[in-house]
Design a protein around this ligand. Structure first.
Ligand code: BTN
Length: 260
């Protein structure tokens, strides 16, 4: 892997600073630290290998060397609106899904709120973390991990949801840095559209398990079963419950599973 290849593939994007680490603990932690030290909007950290990659709900994220994409983009929202925070990780998922469609003509789906699936297996996870000063939102760190080559797929006993990688879906080797550039280009485009109907439409069109029976589980182990109807204008998940009522669930610490 040449560092030049990475910087070359990113040269047409409006990224003020890019840091590449052959190995680091977590790019999200690095980006939060950098943001606290004043990193500008769209500063980017990319790592080849993470030794302490972070996932949602306190889980860990597997990033072995040479096989995955692991990066964190620092966003400094022009109008820091904390109520938009839950939309940042779906922004990451939508951008990865669109990039996979654009480059490889794949048909990814988004498992609400922000896992990208290929052939019903998870190929990408997104973790958005925020930096606060008092009540003021300083920055959002958008961390994205994509399984690219087979070596990046965690062993089945280490995942809660079946996993896959981009190369298995494409059937050939994939240029990681080309994919990275396309995802970043897409994030930069859609970040300004977070409050528009087209963002929600783009997300909803790619929503996995629509019309299917699913189970949601909260951290206390409480479960809710129903038919997945879609998302509402706030990005909340809509389920039709057994008694035909509709319930909505906010983006948070919920696990979603298909029941079939
Ligand atoms: C999940 O599905 O649980 C979210 C995984 C997010 C992983 C990415 S890899 C780059 C960035 N750095 C981290 O430590 N985590 C995110």
């Amino acid at each position: 892997m040449s560092e030049r290849a990475i910087f070359d593939s990113l040269k047409d994007l409006p990224l003020p600073e890019v840091r590449f680490y052959p190995e680091t603990g977590s790019t999200n932690q690095d980006a939060l630290d950098w943001a606290a030290q004043g990193a500008p909007d769209l500063a980017l950290i990319v790592a080849d290998h993470q030794t302490a990659g972070r996932g949602r709900l306190g889980r860990s994220w597997f990033t072995p060397p040479g096989a995955a994409l692991a990066f964190s983009l620092i966003l400094r929202p022009a109008l820091p609106q904390p109520d938009l925070l839950p939309l940042y990780s779906p922004l990451g998922a939508l951008s990865v899904a669109i990039a996979l469609e654009q480059i490889y003509a794949l048909q990814p789906l988004i498992k609400w709120p922000n896992d990208v699936l290929l052939n019903q297996r998870k190929v990408c996870g997104v973790l958005a973390e925020s930096l606060w000063q008092g009540n003021g939102l300083q920055a959002v760190v958008l961390g994205i991990g994509i399984n690219v080559a087979p070596a990046s797929v965690p062993p089945p006993d280490q995942v809660l949801f079946p996993a896959t990688c981009v190369e298995d879906a494409v059937g050939t080797t994939v240029n990681r840095w080309h994919l990275l550039a396309e995802v970043l280009k897409t994030v930069i485009h859609w970040r300004d559209l977070l409050t528009t109907p087209s963002f929600l439409t783009g997300w909803q069109q790619r929503l996995a398990f629509k019309g299917e029976k699913v189970r949601l589980e909260n951290p206390g182990g409480e479960t809710f079963e129903g038919i997945l109807l879609g998302i509402n204008p706030f990005g909340h998940l809509r389920l039709k419950m057994n008694d035909d009522s509709e319930q909505t669930f906010t983006v948070g610490d919920l696990k979603l599973r298909p029941l079939s």
